[in-house]
Design a protein. Structure first.
Length: 555
């Protein structure tokens, strides 16, 4: 790229001599500062495997930027490991971090006037946080997902972190020995990369590709695959080209692109967290989107990817089968996705998908005319318990109707303890409340509880509903995002122990078997609990955050 006519207000002109002097102190030359300045937003941390390798991957991104005639400037932002914090008070920080990540990238980019951005992402909230920042800033840029971890090996078969969470319940119920429990813990996560199933990280990675804000196929290359380095270099080059062509994120993240993203979540049995994140991304991109759109689109989308947590395979096996390009190619050919949407490569999604190759005999991605299920996994329920909606993922369960007594818990910990002491019985409906965006605050994921339920052998016989949310690794008859949440006087706050809860998937209903007058009377006598945090970022978030039905956003 020629820099003859290129100028950046941060570094151009006599008045910017002080800025240039400081930048020269850290190694930038006059020649560097006359080129497009490309921010490299890195979510690297050495706490957990998901983002651990991004420090090294950033070197390859920067090489690609330089190769294309740009000057990379790397900076870091935060990350919270969902898998590590799950089931603790620390998990409340996870969704809050999505907003902090977006805000911090925005601040550094605005402060330094970058001409373009590459955002390196790994664990769950770094991905939507990065996309939100790109949409908000509308600066030419792209997402690069660090890739999935390899499966661990236990007793001759592949395992993921999901197996460890479920083993907690099995061990507590006496169904797994101490030795096997420890061996599984030691072998489930063999190295760098995000959790291996179609959990939230891999769901959001393929979402980015369907949105076009990441190059198709870039995310499905596993974290430790030697080819990942060249993927990173190419992304660096692509962003310099986006600066040249003045292609901005909002020209890519359109309504059609977002609908494509919802399709790919449904078709792969992806995480319910995608509902929250796509609502937030749409808001940042200025695109109208409602929670009901997910049900409508999922209902017409076949489930074609046989992926964990409800299926058989992990992300590295999807990559070997043909990766995200094969999934997208099938969906475009069937008419479920539109192929003319623009991507960061400068080509359309359909043009990119034509390059897909399929491994002979692969069983991970089914033909559209022989799907695992005729409709995708995302269902939106309404009713007297969820006037604003609630989210159910059907890919992990065959049940369509459940009627049972409420077992009411005011926090995740109380519910987990009840499961561990085997106080939950077949037919029960576990209700966990005051875990919503404001009430938690932070809307914790309930994987510790849901995995313990499965591990205890109750996965096929109980239901769970919460104003919190679920990990992408959750399976079973579990309903989250119940809105309005309990701490803001939602009907879930009125449920009492033993009330009959009715979940009817066919009718898209979530109800308590009470009349409207009784619910209103109970809510009139209800008092909002005191905020769990009085100061700091958690208190600020609780005051500002929207309902889960609107994406739990603070903007």
């Amino acid at each position: 790229m020629s820099d003859a006519n290129f100028s950046n207000p941060l570094t151009t002109g006599p008045s910017r001599a002080p800025a240039r002097a400081m930048l020269k102190a850290v190694g930038f030359s006059d020649a560097d500062l006359k080129k497009p300045l490309i921010g490299v937003a890195n979510t690297w941390i050495e706490i957990g495997p998901c983002n651990y390798h991004l420090r090294t991957l950033a070197l390859d991104v920067k090489e690609g930027i330089r190769r294309a005639g740009g000057t990379p400037m790397e900076f870091n932002t935060v990350s919270i490991s969902d898998g590590i914090t799950m089931g603790t008070e620390g998990m409340k920080a996870s969704l809050v971090s999505r907003e902090v990540i977006a805000d911090s990238i925005e601040l550094v980019a605005r402060g330094n006037g970058f001409d373009g951005l590459v955002v390196l992402v790994g664990c769950d909230k770094t991905i939507p946080g990065g996309v939100m920042a790109l949409a908000r800033l509308n600066v030419p840029g792209a997402i690069l997902y660090g890739g999935s971890i390899a499966p661990g090996q236990f007793q001759g078969h592949g395992v993921t972190i999901q197996d460890v969470f479920e083993a907690v319940g099995a061990h507590a119920a006496g169904r797994m020995s101490d030795t096997d429990f420890r061996t599984l813990e030691d072998s489930a996560c063999p190295g760098a990369g995000a959790c291996g199933g179609q959990f939230t990280a891999n769901t959001m990675a393929i979402v980015c590709e369907a949105l076009g804000i990441a190059a198709l196929g870039s995310g499905s290359v596993p974290a430790t695959d030697p080819k990942k380095a060249e993927v990173a270099r190419v992304v660096g080059e692509q962003v310099v080209k986006l600066v040249t062509t003045k292609t901005r994120p909002r020209s890519i993240i359109t309504r059609r692109a977002i609908e494509n993203a919802i399709v790919v979540v449904a078709a792969t049995g992806g995480s319910t967290n995608a509902v929250l994140h796509l609502l937030a991304i749409a808001k940042e991109a200025g695109v109208e989107l409602s929670i009901s759109d997910f049900d409508r689109i999922s209902a017409r989308t076949p489930l074609i990817a046989d992926l964990k947590p409800s299926g058989r395979f992990v992300a590295s096996e999807l990559h070997a089968a043909g990766g995200s390009p094969l999934v997208v190619k099938r969906l475009i050919e069937s008419g479920a996705m539109v192929g003319d949407a623009l991507t960061v490569t400068g080509r359309t999604l359909g043009e990119e998908a034509k390059t897909a190759s399929e491994a002979p005999g692969q069983e991970v991605v089914r033909p559209v005319d022989r799907p695992l299920k005729p409709a995708g996994g995302l269902v939106i329920l309404f009713g007297n318990l969820a006037p604003e909606g609630a989210v159910l993922k059907l890919s992990g369960t065959e049940r369509a109707l459940h009627r049972g007594p409420a077992r009411v818990f005011e926090s995740e910990e109380h519910a987990f303890e009840a499961v561990q002491r085997q106080a939950i019985k077949a037919g029960d409906v576990i209700v966990i409340r005051y875990e919503g965006p404001a009430g938690g605050p932070g809307m914790r994921e309930m994987l510790a509880v849901t995995a313990a339920i499965v591990g205890a052998g109750l996965g096929d016989s109980v239901a769970l509903l919460t104003d919190g949310r679920f990990s992408g690794a959750t399976r079973g008859f579990t309903i989250g995002h119940v809105s309005p949440e309990a701490s803001r006087g939602g009907p879930i706050a009125a449920i009492r122990e033993g009330d009959t809860i009715v979940i009817d998937v066919a009718k898209r209903r979530l109800d308590v078997d009470l009349g409207a007058a009784e619910i209103e009377a109970r809510l009139r006598s209800w008092k909002a609990p005191a905020p769990r945090y009085q100061t700091g970022v958690m208190a600020k978030y609780a005051r500002m955050v929207s309902s889960a039905s609107q994406g739990a956003i603070t903007g």
